[in-house]
Design a protein around this ligand. Sequence first.
Ligand code: HEC
Ligand code: HEC
Ligand code: HEC
Ligand code: HEC
Ligand code: HEC
Length: 218
Amino acid sequence: MAQVFKPSADVWLRAILVTAALTVASIVVGGWVYLHSDWVTDVGEAPWQPVPFSHRHHAGEMEIDCRYCHYTVEQSAQATLPTAETCMTCHSKVWTEADMLRPVREAYAEGRPLVWNRVVNVPDYVYFNHAIHVDKGVGCTTCHGPIQEMALTYESHSYSMAWCLDCHRDPAPFVRPRDALTDLRWKPTKDQIAANRRRLHAEGVTPETMTDCYTCHR
Ligand code: HEC
Ligand code: HEC
Ligand code: HEC
Ligand code: HEC
Ligand code: HEC
């Protein structure tokens, strides 16, 4: 058979194909890394708020319980962001003239809601419910990180599917007694994890089904 291509042409073709494959692969991998990077997911960055509210001051230093402001968290899907009334229970008495708090006083006087910019968000196609988690003893800081140290609120990590699944595969190391829900210093011990495993089993929690797609996408 007549030789159409010189043997060296074959080497060139291979080299071109390999280069093309590597280019495609690096675009795919690069794109994935980009989309999942902290820069794109806003991790660590506090959005602008109408009032520079500080959890470090209120929840950390003054030790006001999380549920004082996020008072629906035990009964409903949403934790709720506080209204001007909640702030005014104290700020009608302290810091009453502060410029920083003018938006709070105005909203209160006009009966308008305070519009906070959201920090933590999962997409609409994800079903999430606070009450279910709180009822089983998953604490606030387990999911939201050290909120009590934040001068302005930011995401401590990305709320990805992998993050949810990490716990759903085996929640025992992450749950605490119900009365330690908002305890900012709580840490588990080895014995507690074993006890948690027994408790969750007794309460009918089944890690085998907690990773079913329908649990979070219904
Ligand atoms: C004195 C009232 C108050 C207390 C106490 C408080 N918070 Fe907040 N929280 C707010 C306000 C106001 C916002 C909205 C502004 C912001 O994001 O900083 C907020 C926002 C948040 C957000 C972000 C929600 C979002 O998606 O926008 C989380 C998470 C949160 N709080 C958790 C906690 C936890 C956990 C505690 C207890 C350690 C706590 N908060 C205690 C008032 C409070
Ligand atoms: C199992 C993890 C988990 C636990 C435990 C948890 N949260 Fe959340 N929280 C989330 C997620 C996820 C969102 C975003 C929900 C959304 O976008 O609909 C959120 C949203 C919020 C918000 C914004 C308003 C809302 O309801 O969407 C506040 C405020 C908040 N959490 C406070 C708290 C407090 C206070 C506690 C403890 C009593 C707590 N969270 C416990 C995961 C958790
Ligand atoms: C339980 C009482 C209480 C509640 C409720 C409360 N605060 Fe405060 N807040 C205080 C006190 C006390 C101070 C500061 C006093 C000081 O340091 O001189 C303060 C200070 C502040 C400051 C000044 C900056 C800082 O953090 O030092 C801002 C802004 C503020 N609060 C916003 C809010 C907002 C917004 C709400 C409602 C979501 C709220 N507070 C609810 C007690 C409260
Ligand atoms: C730190 C542990 C932890 C994290 C993180 C967590 N969960 Fe859960 N989740 C639990 C536990 C424990 C239960 C209780 C299971 C039960 O009652 O059977 C639960 C239950 C649920 C349920 C109810 C299941 C049912 O049977 O009705 C939904 C929905 C859910 N989680 C969604 C999410 C989503 C979405 C995320 C991430 C944004 C998430 N969870 C993150 C621990 C966690
Ligand atoms: C414990 C809750 C949970 C379970 C169980 C779960 N998902 Fe998700 N899923 C999420 C969350 C949260 C997101 C949003 C992730 C984000 O915003 O980065 C998501 C996003 C997705 C997306 C969008 C693409 C992406 O990766 O961002 C797809 C597709 C998806 N899930 C498919 C599935 C399938 C298929 C299953 C079953 C094998 C499943 N999920 C089980 C929580 C869950």
